[in-house]
Design a protein around this ligand. Structure first.
Ligand SMILES: NC(=O)c1ccc[n+]([C@@H]2O[C@H](COP(=O)([O-])OP(=O)(O)OC[C@H]3O[C@@H](n4cnc5c(N)ncnc54)[C@H](O)[C@@H]3O)[C@@H](O)[C@H]2O)c1
Length: 348
């Protein structure tokens, strides 16, 4: 069943992945309602659709249950991406728990009450915790190392219950690390690839926290957006969980090396002590996705990084005041919750 000429909700649609998903959905004539509280999302991510009458943006908190119920009325498909961030969960787990668990339950209930045809829950590879064996299938052990990972897993379980109870037709997507245009670079939201790129563009060494041997399975963001749509369109995907990944393990040191080669080969990465809660090894198995949909993400890390570097070069003007931010331990940029005896110290 194609998602065309339909009324589609995207929670978190002003965010990094969500805004690319909105691009896809508008391209094929859907009416899209973005629900976003702009805690990490940005109007800039949707600026290209400013004059498109098929896009409606509701600045709202998914914790507002009654409002969610009203907003979902009349919708046919829901992509639930709204989330609070992994690094925030290190020092402020409560808000991350509330948005990712209660917020997800609110969206599931609102979608079920509206009788939507399909619901996609966007989970995360962080539900796994550090891999002891790779690649990780969808049935890998669940030992999340952060409240973020644990709360995303709770969202998966709630989604499964709605499916088994016959309240909704659902699919669970579990993206691995994404990168590409619009990725966060500033403050606590800043991710490793844009931080390395912007530092290199400013002539500064990428800063690696830890020994750089940590690995991730990186997917270019537009591919993830495509697969989110294809999963919700697929009858075979109903009730199933899918990794969205390439199945290639790349270390953080390798990423730094590739970016240095693309931007400024004279730079040498700087190594600092690691970040708490940093998962050491992640690499997914895309076999189920490939068998079900006939393909899986295939843009190589080098090709994706070239595009990403070009985008950041064009879109993010070099600003000296941003440099200090890019060099900081950004997970320490919020206050720790008062009950955490040594949280602030742990992060330093
Ligand atoms: N970026 C990645 O590498 C990655 C990897 C795996 C999974 N994911 C998942 O993909 C989804 C999107 O992540 P992203 O990287 O685009 O993050 P993002 O922070 O850019 O997007 C999240 C969006 O949710 C919004 N939001 C947060 N709290 C909200 C609330 N209470 N009410 C309404 N909106 C709220 C934010 O404003 C933001 O626009 C998330 O579900 C995340 O868990 C991301």
């Amino acid at each position: 069943m194609k998602i065309r000429h339909s009324r589609v909700i995207v929670t978190g649609g002003a965010g990094f992945i969500g805004s690319h998903l909105v691009d896809r959905l508008l391209d094929v004539d859907n009416e899209v309602l973005v629900i976003d509280d702009f805690s990490s999302g940005s109007w800039n991510n949707l600026a290209q659709h400013r004059s498109n009458a098929r896009l409606q943006v509701e600045e709202a908190d998914i914790l507002d249950e009654q409002l969610m119920r009203r907003l979902h009325h009349g919708s046919q498909f829901v992509f639930h991406l709204a989330t609070r961030n992994v690094r925030l969960s290190l020092l402020q787990p409560t808000i991350v728990h509330e948005v990712n668990t209660t917020g997800t339950l609110n969206i599931l209930k609102a979608a079920a009450a509206a009788g939507v045809k399909g619901f996609l829950y966007c989970s995360s590879s962080e539900v796994n915790g550090t891999a002891v064996q790779v690649p990780m299938t969808e049935d890998y052990h669940f030992r999340p190392e952060t409240i973020y990972g644990a709360s995303k897993l709770a969202g998966e379980y709630y989604t499964q219950v709605f499916q088994r109870s016959g309240w909704l037709k659902t699919v669970i997507a579990r993206p691995h690390n994404n990168y590409g245009p619009r990725e966060h670079y500033a403050g606590i939201l800043g991710e490793v690839i844009p931080r390395f790129i912007l530092l290199a563009l400013a002539g500064k060494a990428p800063i690696i926290f830890g020994d750089g041997k940590q690995t991730r399975d990186f997917t270019y963001v537009t591919e993830t957006a495509d697969f989110l749509v294809r999963l919700l369109e697929s009858d075979e995907a109903v009730g199933v969980t899918f990794n969205i990944c390439r199945g290639e393990e790349v270390s953080i040191s390798e990423i730094a090396g590739l970016i240095i080669n693309l931007v400024n080969p004279s730079l040498v990465p700087q190594y600092l002590p690691n970040r708490p809660g940093d998962v050491l090894r992640l690499c997914g198995d895309p076999t189920r996705l490939r068998l079900t949909l006939g393909s899986s993400p295939s843009i190589s890390i080098l090709a994706g990084l070239k595009e990403t570097v070009a985008w950041f070069r064009r879109q993010v003007p070099h600003a000296p005041e941003v440099l200090a931010d890019l060099q900081a331990k950004n997970w320490t940029m919020v206050e720790a919750e008062p009950w955490m005896p040594s949280a602030a110290e742990k992060g330093k």
